[in-house]
Design a protein around this ligand. Sequence first.
Ligand code: DP6
Length: 324
Amino acid sequence: MKATAVAPANIAFIKFWGKKDASLRIPFNTSISMNLSGAVTTTTVEFSPKYKIDEVTLIDGVFSDTEKERVVEHLDRIRKKAGMNLHARVATKNSFPKSTGIASSASGFAALTVAAAGALGLNLSEKELTILARLGSGSACRSIPDGFVKWKDTFAYSLYPAHYWDLRDILVIVENTAKDVSSSAGHDLASTSPYFSVRLGNLPERIARVEVALKEKDFQKLGEAIEEDSLDMHQVMQTQNPPLMYWNDATKILMDAAISWRKNGLPVYFTIDAGPNVHLICEGKDEEGVVKVLRSRIPLRGTVKEVIINKPAAGTHLIGKHLF
Ligand code: DP6
């Protein structure tokens, strides 16, 4: 009764912000994302009578009590599905810093779901796994299917496999400490922004544009829609009550830089989640160019903690090598 899963984080091209039902994590809007090859979580889960309580550990880090409780609640959901009540040991490892707006909850809950379901021998379809992962963290459902993924209402599915389009997410980490306000708390206040209803009204057209851009592999069309959606979500965040300000000085320097690099002929667009780190989206052919201009940008020296180059990745899967 032991299994290990590897799950990618994902970057949303169309963001999920605001929940119709907070406890079931039903989103107000459809979102579209790409799985990230370089930002992954590995989790081993073992159920056994030898554990008297659920033991939850983060390798190379510490989970807060609230985070541990969220993991235990998710184990309870999966135990209930399997009709058993053994305690578990859970060990998890991230290839990147958690809680800085790079969706550690997405890869974390996707890996936990697939590992726990695997350990209990639950025979769930991919759709069922996305539904279960969503209950742990909304964006986690998008880390289960392969490549480019759409989440609508209760479940997520793959639009295209990872090899469909050679895109890059050059993730620039400018802050690697935990954020003050979790995205879960932020979602609940989205509707206090006067721009929230405006966002929802504009989304169907923008989602359609992203889908056409993906279908036609039209990078400019995709990039413009991605950047527009990120700015739109942050407008909502910043006008919520109380306001949520996730950007810092380095975030703003990078946003301006991407716009000026583009003016100089380098096709690169930015997108930002619930944190200050910046995802620079470009095509594979421009990876080297983006990394080069990034490195030559003097004001950024010292503020950039790490750069992670991501390609589109497969979804969550079981592996044979356990963490304990
Ligand atoms: C800004 O999925 O982390 O990254 O369901 O409360 O865990 P919970 O929220 P979460 O929200 C992600 C918000 C976002 C946008 C996105 O990834 O779509």
